[in-house]
Design a protein around this ligand. Structure first.
Ligand SMILES: [Zn+2]
Length: 62
């Protein structure tokens, strides 16, 4: 279960963004938050207020 917003960019990369963040995110690796791409090709965005709770549900060890 993820409480973040999942979007795909034009290259087909999946972006996970925090829900209800104070600043809007761009579906881009150039987003202001400095998103990191994980080993599955998922670009994880950082919340403006620093909470990372949304990652807990979206990142599962398979
Ligand atoms: Zn972002």
């Amino acid at each position: 279960m993820s409480v973040g917003t999942v979007s795909e960019d034009e290259d087909g990369a999946v972006h996970v963004m925090p829900l209800g963040d104070m600043h809007e995110h761009e579906t881009s690796c150039d987003c202001w938050c400095g998103p990191q791409e994980d080993e599955y090709g998922v670009v994880v965005h950082n919340s403006f207020d620093g909470r990372e709770d949304y990652e807990v549900g979206s990142r599962k060890v398979h």
